[in-house]
Design a protein around this ligand. Structure first.
Ligand code: ZN
Length: 215
C-alpha cells in the first residue's frame, strides 16, 4: 500500500479509544518517536526533537488539516478540529513557506526491471535537521494535495472517529472495519429509537448500547 507522509502527519490527531482525542505529537518525545518510525522516508535516522521543532511540525500539521478539510468538502471534515481550522490562505502560505526553506533538485531513479521513480534531493542539505524535516513534510503535503490521491481522501464519519483516510475502493465508507461496525451499530440503534418513538407505549430500555470497537 502506498504511504503518504501528509496523511500520516494528519492522523497523529486521533481518537483516543475513550471518546476523546489524542495527539501523538503532544510531546517532544512523541515527535522524536514519530520521525524515527519514518526515518527512511524522512532521511532522519538520528533525529532528536526539541520544542521548537515540535511547534514547527504541529504548525505544518495544522496547515495540512485545513487543506484536507477543503479537499473533502462538501463532505464534512474530521470533527477533531472542524471548528478551529486555519484559514485556507494562511494554510497555503504556511505550507509553501516551509517547503521553500530547503532547496531541492529532482532526481530520476530507474533501476532495471522496475518502474522509474522521481525524488527530490535537498541541495545542499540544510544542516538544521528541524528545517529539513519541516520542509520535507511541507513538500509531502504539496505532492499529496496536488496529486490524484486527493480525490480519494475522506474523513471517517463513524461515531467518535476523527481520522482522514484514503478510500481503497468506491464503496468504502469508513477508515477501518471496526469503525464500520460502530457506525452500523449506531445507525441500527437510531432506527430502533425512531421506530420506538412512533409507538409511545413501547419502552426504550431494550435498546443496545453502542460498544466501542475502535481499538
Ligand atoms: Zn474511522
Amino acid at each position: 500500500m502506498d504511504r503518504y507522509l501528509a496523511l500520516e502527519l494528519a492522523v497523529t490527531i486521533r481518537h483516543d479509544g475513550q471518546g476523546g482525542v489524542a495527539d501523538d505529537l503532544e510531546t517532544v518525545q512523541g515527535l522524536t518517536d514519530w520521525v524515527r518510525d519514518r526515518a527512511e522516508l524522512l532521511d532522519a535516522r538520528d533525529f532528536v526533537a526539541d520544542e521548537a521543532s515540535r511547534v514547527a511540525v504541529v504548525a505544518i500539521r495544522q496547515g495540512v488539516r485545513a487543506l484536507f478539510a477543503r479537499a473533502v468538502s462538501p463532505a464534512p471534515p474530521s470533527p477533531a478540529d472542524a471548528h478551529r481550522l486555519l484559514p485556507l490562505d494562511q494554510a497555503l502560505t504556511r505550507i509553501n513557506a516551509a517547503a521553500a526553506l530547503q532547496p531541492v533538485t529532482p532526481l530520476l531513479d530507474w533501476p532495471a526491471d522496475t518502474a522509474p521513480t522521481s525524488m527530490l534531493l535537498p541541495t545542499p542539505p540544510d544542516p538544521d535537521a528541524a528545517v529539513r524535516l519541516t520542509a520535507a513534510l511541507a513538500r509531502a503535503a504539496i505532492e499529496f494535495l496536488s496529486g490524484p490521491q486527493r480525490e480519494r481522501l475522506h474523513a471517517c464519519t463513524a461515531p467518535r472517529c476523527v481520522r482522514y483516510f484514503i478510500k481503497e475502493h468506491g464503496r468504502q465508507e469508513w477508515c477501518k472495519p471496526s469503525c464500520g461496525n460502530r457506525a452500523r451499530a449506531a445507525r441500527h440503534y437510531q432506527r430502533r429509537r425512531a421506530a420506538l418513538e412512533e409507538t409511545p407505549q413501547t419502552r426504550l430500555d431494550a435498546a443496545p448500547s453502542v460498544a466501542d470497537q475502535s481499538r
